[in-house]
Design a protein around this ligand. Structure first.
Ligand SMILES: NC(=O)c1ccc[n+]([C@@H]2O[C@H](COP(=O)([O-])OP(=O)(O)OC[C@H]3O[C@@H](n4cnc5c(N)ncnc54)[C@H](O)[C@@H]3O)[C@@H](O)[C@H]2O)c1
Ligand SMILES: O=C(O)C[C@H](O)C(=O)O
Length: 406
């Protein structure tokens, strides 16, 4: 194997993984000249994660580093991104990982990106709704989206920060204001509720979750999450009349009790996790769990001290949430690559209902969303649910729009 460059150049390349400013300090003319990838690394897409040091950001970064479609991975956060980047960069997979820390490095983090994934912001604590996060997360999403308009206006944006029902309209308004809005490129990530729906249905029916595909439409909070359980048989083939066949799932139907149980569990899955974690934290702390102890120290440091420790107790590494986010990001990348029939649910600008945004099945392509599918036939239970969902969604969307237009 032949080494690439002289010793100083090699050391500079390694240091640039962790802090791209290293090369600037060394007198390089800029980031674009840096090639941090080992010789022979595969070409692929450039992906930035904003909020990469967080509970969802860290496992998301790890899983994106493992994705063969990713050639460059930028990890941005306002705290702790150097440590996370150091960890992730030791993985012997193809993607080059670079660290960006703090607002002054946001633009460098975004230049030239194909896909920007945003899990930045505060998570819920027990007793809170996603909407309770609006006051803090709205401003964070606004700032990050302003960076995107400047540095990578053509990137696909995957918005994870809650409340998704409002943060997606906020992002749209920021992009409109800057004249860079393309509704095909802005997607609110609702994949997690689809993942939960598939799992819970599989449990009830005794199926392998990989065989199950439940369309979940509407939004990403409480009653706005509307699983279309009546459609989980062969709905894609029947209602969308696609030319490319999609695998028909094993047919089954649910009793009214099962439908109630499943709908409620899917709608409240996020709350189940938030409430359960506090219980888990307290029990494990009593048992002296080293992991949780370390997490607590790490989180309290990152949140600025003892005073905030209590607030941060329910923040934890969110692996299934990251799994869902990566499943969705991977679908976006496969669409960008030109794969056929990449279909997922997402919260997007839509004409499927009278609302300006709605989650439904979309087909992903080389420029983002290629097609948005209609809801298909609903039963009476789902029609009632749809009306409730639309009422709450309308308010959340308006709240996001007004935040920018005020
Ligand atoms: N849509 C979904 O499916 C889904 C799933 C899980 C979490 N979430 C949401 O994602 C968000 C993050 O959740 P978490 O559990 O990772 O929280 P967390 O507190 O563990 O991590 C959030 C990270 O964002 C960073 N951050 C804060 N302000 C920032 C800024 N201005 N720029 C860049 N980074 C910033 C923090 O430093 C932190 O590292 C929450 O709003 C949560 O509700 C959504
Ligand atoms: O519920 C939350 O607050 C986080 C996320 O949206 C989830 O569904 O787990």
């Amino acid at each position: 194997m032949q080494a690439n460059g002289n010793a100083n150049q090699r050391i500079a390349r390694i240091s640039a993984h962790l802090n791209p400013n290293y090369l600037k300090m060394e007198g390089s003319s800029g980031l674009q000249q840096v090639s941090c990838r080992a010789k022979g690394g595969a070409p692929g897409f450039k992906v930035a994660i904003l909020g990469a040091a967080g509970g969802i950001g860290q496992p998301l970064a790890m899983l994106m580093k493992m994705n063969p479609l990713v050639s460059v991975l930028h990890l941005y956060d306002v705290v702790n991104s150097p440590g996370v980047t150091a960890d992730i960069s030791h993985m012997d997979t193809g993607a080059v990982v670079r660290c960006f820390l703090g607002q002054s490095q946001l633009e460098d983090a975004l230049i030239g990106m194909d896909l920007v994934i945003i899990p930045a912001g505060v998570p819920r604590k027990p007793g809170m709704t996603r909407d309770d996060l609006f006051n803090i997360n709205a401003g964070i999403v606004k700032t990050l989206c302003e960076g995107i308009t400047k540095c990578c206006p053509n990137a696909i944006v995957n918005l994870i920060s809650n409340p998704v029902n409002s943060t997606v309209p906020i992002a749209a308004e920021v992009f409109k204001k800057a004249g860079t809005y393309d509704p095909k490129r802005l997607l609110g990530v609702t994949m997690l509720v689809v993942v939960r729906a598939n799992t819970f249905v599989a449990e009830v029916m005794g199926l392998d979750p990989r065989e199950v595909e439940v369309p979940v439409v509407g939004g990403h909070a409480g009653v706005t999450i509307l699983p279309l359980l009546s459609q989980r048989e062969s709905s894609l083939l029947i209602s969308y009349n696609l030319s490319t066949p999609i695998q028909v799932k094993p047919p089954c139907s649910f009793t009214p009790e099962e439908t109630d149980y499943l709908t409620s569990r899917i709608q409240n899955g996020g709350t189940e996790v938030v409430e359960d974690f506090l219980y888990l934290f307290l029990s494990c702390s009593l048992l002296g769990s080293a992991w949780l102890y370390l997490q607590r120290i790490r989180i309290s440091k990152s949140w600025g001290g003892i005073g905030n420790t209590i607030n941060a107790l329910d923040s934890h590494i969110k692996i299934p949430q990251a799994y869902a986010a990566v499943k969705f990001a991977d679908a976006c990348l496969r669409g960008l690559r030109g794969d056929a029939s990449v279909i997922q649910c997402a919260f997007v600008a839509s004409q499927v209902t009278e609302l300006p945004f709605f989650a439904s099945k979309v087909r992903l392509g080389r420029t983002g969303i290629d097609e948005i599918y209609p809801l298909g036939p609903l039963n009476e239970y789902e029609r009632v649910g749809l009306e409730k969902a639309k009422k709450e969604l309308a308010e959340s969307i308006q709240k996001g729009v007004s935040f920018i237009k005020k």
